[in-house]
Design a protein around this ligand. Sequence first.
Ligand code: HSE
Length: 408
Amino acid sequence: MINVAIMGHGTVGSGVAEILINEQDRIADAAKEQINVKYILDLRKFDGLPYSEKFIDDFNIIAEDDEVKIVIEVMGGINPAFDFVKKCLQKGKSVVTSNKELVATKGAELIKIAKQNNANFLFEASVGGGIPILRPLVTCLSANEITEIKGILNGTTNYILNKMIVDGMDFDEALKLAQENGFAEKNPAADIEGHDACRKICILASLAFKKHVYPEQVNTQGITNIDLDDIEYADNFGYVIKLIASAKKLPNGNITANVRPTLVKGDNILSSVNGVFNAVSVTGDAVGEVVFYGKGAGKMPTASAVVADVIDCAKHINARKYLYWEDSFNSYVENFDEECILYVCAKSNNYNELFENIISLFGEDISMIKTKNNDGIAFLTKKELESKLMEKINLIKADEIKVLHTID
Ligand code: HSE
């Protein structure tokens, strides 16, 4: 029998407890060993549950109990999660976490500590909720040099954008629904401002390219400046707006990484990823493009990934799983100037001047549309180097300009 402890009994933690306790036989069958939840750490009281006697509020009980071999960290945040996880690994306990912030900011350090102590540190649930993505990336795709990863990595923003696109719902109402469904982070700013997707692309890029990508190295924009008008203009041009996270290997060995609202062409597979679903597209030199798709948030999908890691740890209690990357250096992530098509929405109280101005800069044969209040123009540029496009955009005489990237 292997004893485990769960740290945190929130949305994901309660799902993990339910699976491990209610499905004991199935889990034992998969792990080839009985798995016993010995403790659940939470400062709150949970009376009346069938497993209420397992709750403790002192982390040291877990750290000092040599019978606990696997610790599940589902508290979220850096403090005190980092200290707790570090201590467990130093004691030779394997740790499973769903905590994106922890892995994205402290992954290289924790992986190193796990290795020094012959313990495992697994975090499948930190990216894509229930979608198996990290393990396939390092096992099934290991023959490849990964060149690019891009996708929809945040369920909450995808749900919000989808509600805006399909139901014409406003932003706040859609966010409220996402929160009620348990998709959003405790502080939804992490979702809507792009930080959650940023942490996930950091983890994917670190694993794929083997050097740590830190959140502050990634250009990150959220969806808070996207309005129903942009959605309508994008639709007119044959696109939908999605929050896309991407990381690409550059010819010099460095990488470029971005999280930004992006117009996605209607026939791109990512354009049809709706609701809370996530999709991750991985391009490898041998395999080409493969896409992983599934529920990217929510109690049970995320708990499913956590429990799979627990089973993996139980099967490798005295062996190391090779999920690793090294620390990186400051200039490892860089901006990269490449050809692209940009969406521009410019507003001015002098429409005619704006029209002439745009035509003279971008040509007459661009796709353009008059904005709803006749106060501006939304258009798609032709394909050109981003730096050249930005030079022209800076010459537009407008009171307000919004620029978004596109992908075909
Ligand atoms: N808030 C996250 C999301 C939860 O909406 O995708 C899963 O990481």
